[in-house]
Structure formats: C-alpha cells, structure tokens
Design a protein. Structure first.
Length: 169
C-alpha cells in the first residue's frame, strides 16, 4: 500500500512538473516598516507560486517563500516563511496587474510568534516575467521584553518591496 501511495505521489508531481505554465519563481528587496523598522535595516526574500487560471484575467494559486530581515544596532536577524493563497487579476489590454496573498507566516525565531500574513501588490506584466511593488505585513506577537519591542503585545512586521518573478515553462 505504501508503494502504491508513493507511486501516486510521484505521478502527481510529474504531472504538475509537466504543466509548469503556472509556476513562477522570484525575489524581492525592501525596506522594513512598522515594528520591523525598529530592529531591521532592510529585507530580502525569495518566493515561489503556482497559479491556475480561473477565468479571463483572474488567477488563483498557492505561494510560499522566505523573507529575511537584517538586524541593525546589534539586533538579531529574523525571518518569516509565508504559506498563503494568492489571487491575481490582470487588466484586459493593459500590461498591469493587482495581486493579494493571504495566509500564515511562520517565524524562524523562537522569540517571535508566527502570525497572519497579508501581501498586496501592483505590477507590470511581461511575457516571461513580472515586476511589482508590494507591501507585506505579518501580524504577530513578540514573546519577551527587549530594547526594540516592549510588552507582550501584537506587532506588525512589515516591509515595502520591489520584486521580480519569472515564469518557468
């Protein structure tokens, strides 16, 4: 039974790899905003998504990646791994799009909880790539008191990002 499940998983993965028209891979650089700007100087990240065309101009999919915030003034670096659903609308006869990711962001540090992830974007669509300006926000709890964040309250780890994604065929 285990061999049959493994064979089925490989067949499904192989089928998805053959239909790569919706797979994209990219990266971004950005400036931290909100509570993240207190302890981080800049951020970089990578992202991967698979999108399905639902109707003309509308794509829905799943996305993940990693955003790394570089600490400043002796603060530790920290990062988040988003796992989200994504919706993208490409305007008819214009090379522009709007997109929204919504899901969870898993913290890579023990002292920051995972939290709600939201990332709206606007961008320019090309044949094999897209350029975008986006905002990402992770609403999370910080677990202890320190120089940068005081209290056991909610914090917004955000950034404004400039990114590029490539469509893999």
């Amino acid at each position: 039974m285990r061999k049959l499940l493994l064979l089925g998983a490989f067949a499904l993965l192989g089928g998805l790899m053959q239909a790569q028209e919706g797979f994209r891979l990219g990266g971004h650089v950005g400036a931290p905003l909100g509570d993240a700007s207190d302890a981080a100087s800049f951020t970089i990240g990578v992202e991967a998504a698979y999108m399905w065309n639902i109707t003309k101009g509308l794509d829905i999919g799943a996305t993940t990646g990693y955003s790394h915030f570089f600490g400043k003034d002796n603060a530790d670096d920290f990062g988040f791994i988003p796992i989200a659903v994504s919706g993208k609308y490409k305007f008819d006869k214009l090379p522009l799009f709007v997109e929204m990711d919504l899901g969870a962001a898993i913290s890579t540090r023990n002292y920051i909880n995972s939290g709600l992830y939201i990332a709206p974007r606007v961008g320019y669509q090309m044949k094999n790539a897209e350029l975008y300006l986006g905002f990402q926000n992770i609403s999370s709890k910080h677990k202890h008191y320190d120089y940068y964040w005081f209290g056991d309250d909610r914090f917004n780890f955000g950034a404004i990002n400039l990114g590029v994604n490539f469509f893999l065929k």
